[in-house]
Ligand binder design. Structure first.
Ligand code: ATP
Length: 304
């Protein structure tokens, strides 16, 4: 049984003149117990997709099921089965940590004690502050409380919409460690993120751009499909270098990447003439292994 099945889901907002096509026919499946990442920049359609799958928004067309329950017909059953941590902080700022958790537990007809074992690792880190109002917590602590609340009814499928956006690097790392532990307890997790480096921590990823899925694969599979030569380049005048690189017919794409530019060539034959031209003017250029971000850039370029 698949935990999530999405078939040709379409969602638009607005009307004719200012129509926004947020999802342009999305299809994918998620296996039970998988940690599945939806990777995409702002506005790609991640939130719309999650809201449809958690029964908070109706799609214009297409079909989706969670644990074989239909998101439209069986919305009540799905609400019992899914946990949802929305992108923006969704907790009651004026309630304390413990009151927030109790509120969510009561909504699902359960108690903190009944499911304490599931949230223990996460909740115990904020439990010393259980009398503090949620609005007074740090970003990382809010995130842990929101995750505890999304888990308190022991969901079968957990949806996390950009859980690490705006959270510091240490808390981000901790958060992903928590997800790996949750995965071990058998929960299916769908997590959206704009951070490419987090893609490597998922079992499989779907790359979403302007409402379209560009690729669905394991992180290694996505990288394995990148076959073109990729080089890093650095010179004394980086903007000029970037513009100049783009004028070569051998260069498929060039974009800033940290302190370097990444240069994608159409094929190996195109590398020597470009490398020797820039080598003569003191530009440093060497081959690099592609990462998810390079693959995403390339898929977007191809998709244009
Ligand atoms: N209620 C709405 N009315 C009109 N347009 C909307 C509405 N909600 C979303 N959109 C638009 O639909 C597109 C997809 O938005 P969505 O929030 O699903 O993407 P996202 O990947 O979650 O991005 P973000 O991280 O910025 O929320 C965007 O262009 C957004 O502006």
């Amino acid at each position: 049984m698949k935990a999530v099945v999405v078939e040709n889901v379409v969602k638009s907002y607005g009307s004719k003149k200012d129509l926004v096509e947020a999802l342009k026919g999305i299809s994918f499946e998620v296996d039970r117990g998988e940690l599945f990442g939806i990777i995409g920049p702002d506005g790609a359609g991640k939130t719309s997709l999650f809201r449809i799958l958690t029964t908070l928004l109706l799609a214009d067309s297409g079909k989706a099921t969670i644990d074989e329950y239909d998101v439209v017909k069986d919305f009540k059953a799905i609400r019992q089965r899914v946990g949802y941590m929305p992108g923006r902080f969704s907790l009651y700022q004026d309630l304390t940590v413990e009151e927030n958790l109790e509120f969510f537990a009561t909504t699902f007809n359960t108690t903190i004690r009944e499911n304490y074992a599931l949230i223990k690792d996460i909740y115990s880190q904020i439990e010393p502050f259980k009398d503090r109002r949620a609005g007074k917590l740090s970003g990382g602590m809010k995130q842990k409380l929101a995750l505890s609340c999304a888990l308190i009814h022991r969901p079968s499928v957990l949806f996390l919409d950009e859980p690490t956006t705006g959270v510091d690097a240490v808390s981000r790392k901790e958060f992903w460690d928590m997800l790996q532990n949750l995965k071990r307890s058998g929960i299916t997790i769908l997590v959206s993120t704009p951070y490419m480096d987090e893609a490597n921590l998922c079992d499989r990823i779907a790359l979403l751009q302007e409402g379209k899925l560009l690729s669905i694969n394991t992180p290694a599979g996505v990288i394995g499909n990148f076959k073109q030569p990729l080089y890093a380049a650095k010179g004394s005048r980086m903007l000029q270098l970037l513009n100049e690189l783009k004028t070569f017919k051998e260069v498929k794409d060039a974009y800033p990447f940290g302190e370097y530019h990444h240069v994608v060539f159409h094929d190996e034959a195109g590398v020597p003439p470009v490398a020797s031209y820039f080598g003569a003017s003191g530009v440093e250029m060497f081959p690099v292994t592609p990462g998810i971000e390079d693959c995403f850039m390339d898929l977007m370029k191809t998709n244009e």
